[in-house]
Structure formats: C-alpha cells, structure tokens
Design a protein around this ligand. Structure first.
Ligand SMILES: [Zn+2]
Ligand SMILES: [Zn+2]
Length: 361
C-alpha cells in the first residue's frame, strides 16, 4: 500500500510524493488521515523551509487503520476508532518528561521529536499529517474523538487545546475574572472560548483587517472587541473594570512586541500574563519595575498538554460554540501550497481563519 504525502523540500517548496506504507509492529500504529490542521507554525515552516525534507502537518485527526497489540492496549484504541494525535513525541525519560512537562521534552527541544518535523529519510518516513496515512510512533499521545463529529470540527482540537491551556489552565482563570486576549487568530479565538468556559468576561483585540475575526470573537462570547488601530485597549479595559484592570492577559499576537508592553499595563495588581505569541525580536521598553510594583506573574506558554487537549475535545463535542464559523477552508492535499498561503494572507480574495488539508479520496 502507498501513501500520497506533501514533502517540503525547501523554503516555499511543497512536492506531492508517494511512499510505501510501513509494516506496523506491536507498539506502533497507522492513522488514515481525515483532516490535517494548519496553523501559524505551518506558515513559518513553509516560509523558512528546513535543511532537510519533511512531511509537514502536526495537527492530524483520523481513523486508526492498523494498530499493534501492545499499542492498542496502551492507547485504548482499536481499528476504526477516530483519534486526534498530539504534536509531540515525548521521550518519557528526560527531566521535563518525568516532571510532567513533556511539552518541554529535551528530546523535542529541537522540534525533531514531533510530528511534521522529522526527516523523511528516517524510517518509517510517514512522520507528518499532510499525508494520506501517518505512522503512529510508540511515543504518540492519542485522544479518542466522537466519530459523529464532522471531521472539520474534530480537527480543531489543536487550537482549542492551546486556548484551554493558555487562557484557562496556566493562568488558573476563574469565574467572573476579566480576561484580555491580545490577538484574534485561531489561537486568540480559541482563548475566548476557553476563558468563557472558565466563566470569565472576555475582551479581545485585533487590527482593522481582523474585522471578521473580531465579530466571531463576539459570537463566541467576548463582551467587547477592540480594534487597536482605532482605540486604546488600555483605556477600554480601565473603563470596563473601573480601573481594576485585567486579572488575566493572554498575548497571542505573532511578531509584534508592543502587545507585551500593553499586557503589563493591562494587568491588574497581582494579575497574570500568559505570553504565547512567538516574537521575531526582543521586547523594547520592557519595564521590570512595573512588573515588580504590580506583582504581576508572567507565564511563558509553549504548546499544549494532555489535559488541555482532553478538555478541548470535550468542548468541541459539546457543540456549544458554532466552531464551523471559524473553520473557513478544507482544502485538498494536492493544493497544500495554496492552503498555507491562504493562512498567510497571500491569496487574494481568500480569507482564512482555521484551515485544514484533506487527502483525496
Ligand atoms: Zn500547529
Ligand atoms: Zn523527554
């Protein structure tokens, strides 16, 4: 049996290739991909390329096609089950792993021990979700997903998982707290949902071009949206909280450093800030004294963890939020290049929020 897959051979270079599907041993499995989610990391990976060929795709949902006897027992799954697969392939032995911080696994420090980032020359080749089939390594972390859920909703487990971890579990968001989400891409919108689930009131920011995303944030329960090109979010939050400011600020903008400075102003005395948006530069004008005087807790957030994925899948299965409004595109695997460029705002006339790739039948 063969699997068609997208291989990234360099910066902005995707090629569709065919590979032999590997033999599955007792501790391994094979996933038939239904949908492979695309996020900002795919966009960065696409633009930069890697010094080796990889099959991208680190947010796959699919059906267990084959599973070894030991793997079936460990994962609690059988052939035909629908599962979401976590990005990381933690080693299970390093210090972060044994302390329960497997998202910081030293083996994955280089992003090598993760789906979507391993060299295709390394057997058994099918290390990425942008493919018909994906190999399931013994270190995989799987989550069963309701088989009745439309696959384009199931595939949102990854952004939703980030929302749960960044806007709820890491900052310990509680009922009635004020949460400001800086940024309204798929992660920002997921943060709105997670903060609402935690019982918080939510304020979310975006730019003028984000109008549709901000509308969606309101649909998902944000009390107030702020176009930062027109309004000062610090003023808005001050007014809305009678000067108390935000209990939690979640920073998920990509690249810009001003939101980090804003976060310090936005945080209440004793507030928590979660930094989850990757930056290209160091933050200019960072005022350590403001952090100290306000006793702000700053939390760095890298990726998602098992409990957050579980909670995210339960939220999706609850069908409480019209997530279909966030999923703008399911695109054929053969058109992977276009899909990633839509996410990167490079395709005229297209507006992408959450996108995924679907293998041809
Ligand atoms: Zn991702
Ligand atoms: Zn480890």
């Amino acid at each position: 049996m063969k699997s068609s897959a997208i291989v990234q051979t360099g910066a902005r270079k995707y090629e569709q290739q065919e590979f032999e599907v590997p033999e599955i041993g007792p501790e391994q499995g094979l996933l038939r991909i239904e949908q492979s989610g695309i996020c900002g990391s795919d966009w960065s990976q696409y633009k930069q390329g890697f010094p080796f060929p990889v099959i991208p795709g680190h947010e796959p949902v699919g059906i267990i096609e084959q599973v070894g006897e030991i793997a079936a027992q460990r994962w609690g799954v059988g052939v035909g089950d629908r599962v979401a697969v976590e990005t990381m392939l933690p080693c299970g032995f390093c210090r972060p792993c044994v302390r329960g911080k497997y998202n910081l696994c030293r083996a994955s420090g280089s992003m090598i021990h993760a789906y979507g980032y391993r060299n295709v020359s390394e057997t058994p080749t099918l290390w990425g979700g942008h493919s018909q089939f994906m190999y399931l390594d013994p270190h995989s972390l799987l989550h069963k997903v309701d088989p009745d859920l439309p696959s384009e909703l199931a595939v949102m487990f990854n952004p939703l998982g980030a929302g749960v971890r960044w806007a709820q579990s890491l900052p310990g968001t509680g009922i009635g707290e004020t949460v400001v989400v800086l940024g309204c891409g798929q992660r920002g919108l997921a943060c709105v949902i997670a903060a609402r689930e935690a019982g918080a009131r939510v304020i979310v920011t975006g730019l003028g071009v984000d109008e549709r995303k901000l509308e969606l944030a309101s649909t998902f329960g944000a009390e107030r949206t702020v176009n930062v090109e027109k309004e000062d979010v610090v003023d808005v939050v001050r007014e809305m909280t009678d000067g108390a400011m935000a209990d939690v600020v979640v920073e998920v903008t990509s690249g810009a450093t001003q939101p980090v400075i804003d976060a310090i102003e936005l945080a209440a005395q004793g507030g928590r800030i979660v930094l989850a948006g990757m930056k290209y530069n160091k933050v200019d004008g960072f005022d350590a004294n403001r952090v100290l005087m306000k006793e702000i807790t700053i939390i760095g957030a890298l990726a998602v963890d098992f409990p957050a994925y579980e909670a995210a899948i339960r939220i999706i299965e609850s069908r409480k939020y019209p997530l279909e409004l966030m999923h703008t595109h399911s695109i054929s695997l053969s058109d992977a290049d276009r899909a990633v460029r839509i996410l990167g705002n490079e395709v005229e006339g297209e507006y992408g929020i959450h996108l995924s790739l679907v293998p041809d039948a």
